[in-house]
Design a protein around this ligand. Structure first.
Ligand code: TXA
Ligand code: MG
Length: 332
């Protein structure tokens, strides 16, 4: 399926397909989503099939505005309204207790539902024209790198998707921050562009932080696939590497005749013909935007290994470090 420029006619066609229970990939400000009518369980099942995703991994329902929250959530706590007022439309998903009529197919059998209003003109036009909620995980095969351009969706899902709306490259580049408001204390389930501190400042309370770096041991804790250790992973072995050890490791690998891809923000030049360097932005937001496309490019080159220069450990880099930790966890 070739991506189609997301003009008014394409969006109209997308709405028609969604109403027929078909799959439409669309851009959001974070990553591309693989959408289906969230009120149609058969349509939602097709998402799981297309992605090869286990059916107990819940999906985020995208809505056009905060006003639709009550269509999906049983009770909307003040905290949800505060966060929505500050950050929606935007890269924040809220987990709330679901209304009884929300299909368990969407929620992976949970009593909660994930909701977000995306900040992208195409996503918002689509949602407004469709009128209902659109369930949409990232439009990649399970455990692979999320797509940040329409052509990535085509590479990932091919004919498994009925329409790909092309709205250009995603601005944020990493998946939304997820905050769980279904319990007594708000929890951060997935770090993103909106930081823990941004959320704490609005809620005036501390978030419980669920570490997403460790593989959950109890299957019932496996609520977010993003919490699994190997996720967002390229096929080529990828390894994080501290800045000061990069030259030495590159040299050793080249000495062994290994083809090396490097994602680095401080090296200016690749050392020799066996190495390919992608020079990454030094600023966290720009780095995040470029990250998945860069990993994908290196992954397509049949390299022996991808070295990723370890970014700083500061709050601004938290979501990036989380995703890089997962992309490289197979080698750790
Ligand atoms: O930025 C994003 O959130 C993108 C775009 C397309 O909106 N979507 C996305 O979806 O990243 P997905 O399915 O790849 O990741 C959604 C995460 C999953 O880790 C899922 O387990 C979690 O949200 N999630 C959804 N509903 C949940 C629930 N009821 N309880 C706990 N986690 C939930
Ligand atoms: Mg995903």
């Amino acid at each position: 399926m070739k991506p189609i420029f997301a003009d008014a006619a394409a969006i109209e066609n997308a709405v028609k397909l969604l109403r027929q229970g078909r799959l439409v990939a669309f851009p959001t400000e974070t990553v591309y989503g693989l959408g289906a009518d969230a009120a149609n369980p058969d349509a939602v099942r097709r998402i799981f099939q297309a992605k090869g995703r286990p059916t107990d991994h819940p999906l985020i329902v995208h809505i056009a505005s905060v006003d639709s929250l009550t269509d999906w959530a049983q009770a909307v706590p003040d905290a949800a309204l505060k966060l929505a007022a500050h950050f929606w439309p935007g890269p924040l998903a809220l987990i709330l207790n679901k209304k009884p009529d929300v299909s368990p197919v969407v929620t992976g059998g949970q009593n909660t539902v994930g909701l977000r209003v995306p900040d992208h003109p195409v996503a918002l036009s689509l949602l407004r024209a469709f009128g209902g909620g659109i369930a949409a995980p990232s439009a990649n095969r399970f455990c692979r790198i999320s797509p940040t351009q329409a052509r990535h969706v085509e590479e990932e899902l091919g004919s498994a998707v009925d329409l790909i709306l092309d709205g250009g490259a995603c601005q944020v580049g990493v998946e939304s921050t997820i905050v769980d408001l279904s319990g007594t204390r708000p929890k951060l389930l997935r770090p993103g562009y909106i930081t823990q501190f941004d959320i704490e400042a609005v809620l005036q309370t501390e978030l419980l932080v669920v570490s997403s770096q460790t593989e959950p041991t109890n299957p019932s804790e496996l609520r977010a696939p993003g919490m699994m250790a190997v996720h967002y992973a390229p096929i080529t072995v990828a390894m994080l590497c501290p800045t000061d050890r990069l030259p030495e490791i590159i040299q050793t690998l080249n000495f062994r005749n290994k083809k090396v891809g490097i994602l680095a923000y401080s090296l200016k030049q690749a050392e020799n013909s066996l190495t390919l360097l992608i020079h990454m932005p030094k600023q966290a937001d720009d780095y995040a935007q470029a990250l998945y496309a860069s990993l994908r490019d290196l992954d397509s080159l049949q390299l022996d290994i991808i070295l990723v220069e370890q970014p700083p450990e500061t709050a601004a880099w938290r979501a990036i470090n989380d995703r890089l930790g997962k992309a490289t966890s197979a080698s750790q």
